[in-house]
Structure formats: structure tokens, C-alpha cells
Design a protein around this ligand. Structure first.
Ligand code: ADP
Length: 199
């Protein structure tokens, strides 16, 4: 099972990815975490992306696609992958499909966490207090939300067309969201039932 956790910044993708990893041994591939690790290590790549990330803009497709390609090779034998924060553009989604095909894999499900964007501001303020992420300030967050709306939301029709998208209420409790995701990725409920509608 390979799945994408999809949604705006601070929707809870990372939290849910970690729960699935603990439960099923899937490997979480978070480009945000990879980029933050590159920065923390002081690598040339990390230095190159730092200002872009702090401003809340997307780093270039080439960089994140290369990071994912490398991680797929490193974790070849994994029972499943959870993509978190990737793909974020249509070009990244197309590259991912091509990459997975080369590895004899595919995306099985895309779980869209639906959240109230007004409430996200409060979540980000809480996270800033706890983790101190430089891009969790109101100005950068606005840029991140706009990047999501302009560049990432177009992936919704991309995955509807592939019949892979399922919607989950991301405003419910962490436990309830986990339950809904378990249901959304259960292959017993694969047919047209529960499919995302185009509306
Ligand atoms: P969020 O909490 O907004 O989902 P992430 O940790 O996924 O944050 O990403 C933080 C930042 O890292 C983004 O604002 C962007 O600058 C960069 N980034 C992460 N993933 C990608 C990606 N797939 N494409 C481009 N930029 C990315």
C-alpha cells in the first residue's frame, strides 16, 4: 500500500503519517522533513533552500523529486510508503507516477484531509510555540496557504481522474482522523463507494 496524505499546510499530515508508520511499518517520506534535515546538517542543498522555505514558497520540483527518488531506492524493501507534503505540484505528481512505475510500484490511495483554513492559523501558532519553525509565522503561513491553493490544489482533479482520492474530515480529533484514514485505505472498500465526487 502506497499512499499520499494530501492537504494544506498544518492539516495534520505529519501527525497521521507517524501514526500509520508506527501501526503498519510503512515508511514516511516527508519532503519537508528531508529539507529541514538538509538545513540542519548545513549541507550546500540545505543552504540553498533555507530562504525559500522560511518565506513559505515552494522549492524547485527538481530538488524534491531527487530527494524522493533517493529515498525510494534507500527503502526498497518497505511494505508501503506514505508520501507527506509531496507531491505539491502537477509536475511532481507526474514525476512520482513515472518513478514508482520504474520501481514496479504505484500510488494506491490519496487521502485528502479537509480542514477549515481559518482554524489552521491557530494550529500554526500553537506549533510555533512548541517547535519554533521559522515558517510558522503569519506572513509565511499566508504564502504557504496560497502556494497550496495555486500549485497543489490542482492535484485534486489529477487524482480524482485516477479514481484514487478519498476525503477525510481533518477537523475531527487525531484519533477519529486515524480511524477515518484506516477506513479510506482499506482495500475492502475500494469500488465506487466512497469515491471523491467532482463538484
Ligand atoms: P507543511 O507543514 O506546510 O505541510 P512541510 O514541512 O511539508 O510543511 O514543508 C515546509 C516547506 O518545505 C514548504 O513550505 C516548502 O518550502 C518546502 N517543501 C516541502 N515539500 C515540498 C515540495 N514537495 N515541493 C516544494 N517545496 C516543498
Amino acid at each position: 500500500m502506497n499512499l499520499i496524505l494530501f492537504g494544506p499546510p498544518a492539516a495534520g499530515k505529519g501527525t497521521q503519517a507517524k501514526r500509520l508508520t508506527a501501526e503498519r511499518g510503512y515508511v514516511q517520506l516527508s519532503t519537508g522533513d528531508m529539507l529541514r534535515a538538509a538545513r540542519a546538517s548545513g549541507s550546500e542543498l540545505g543552504n540553498r533552500v533555507a530562504a525559500i522555505m522560511d518565506a513559505g514558497s515552494l522549492v524547485s520540483d527538481d530538488i524534491v523529486i531527487a530527494l524522493i527518488e533517493e529515498a525510494l531506492t534507500t527503502h526498497k524493501g518497505a511494505p508501503g510508503f506514505i508520501f507527506d507534503g509531496f507531491p505539491r505540484t502537477v509536475a511532481q505528481a507526474e514525476a512520482l507516477d513515472a518513478m514508482l512505475q520504474r520501481h514496479g510500484k504505484r500510488i494506491d490511495r490519496v487521502v485528502r484531509l479537509e480542514v477549515d483554513s481559518e482554524k489552521l492559523i491557530d494550529r500554526v501558532a500553537t506549533r510555533f510555540a512548541q517547535e519554533g519553525r521559522a515558517d510558522d509565522n503569519p506572513e509565511s503561513f499566508k504564502v504557504r496557504l496560497n502556494a497550496y491553493l495555486d500549485q497543489t490544489a490542482p492535484l485534486i482533479p489529477y487524482y480524482i481522474t485516477q479514481g484514487k482520492l478519498r476525503r477525510v474530515d481533518g477537523m475531527a480529533s487525531v484519533e477519529e482522523v486515524s480511524d477515518a484514514i484506516r477506513f479510506a485505505i482499506d482495500p475492502r472498500f475500494s469500488g465506487p463507494f466512497g469515491d471523491e465526487r467532482i463538484d
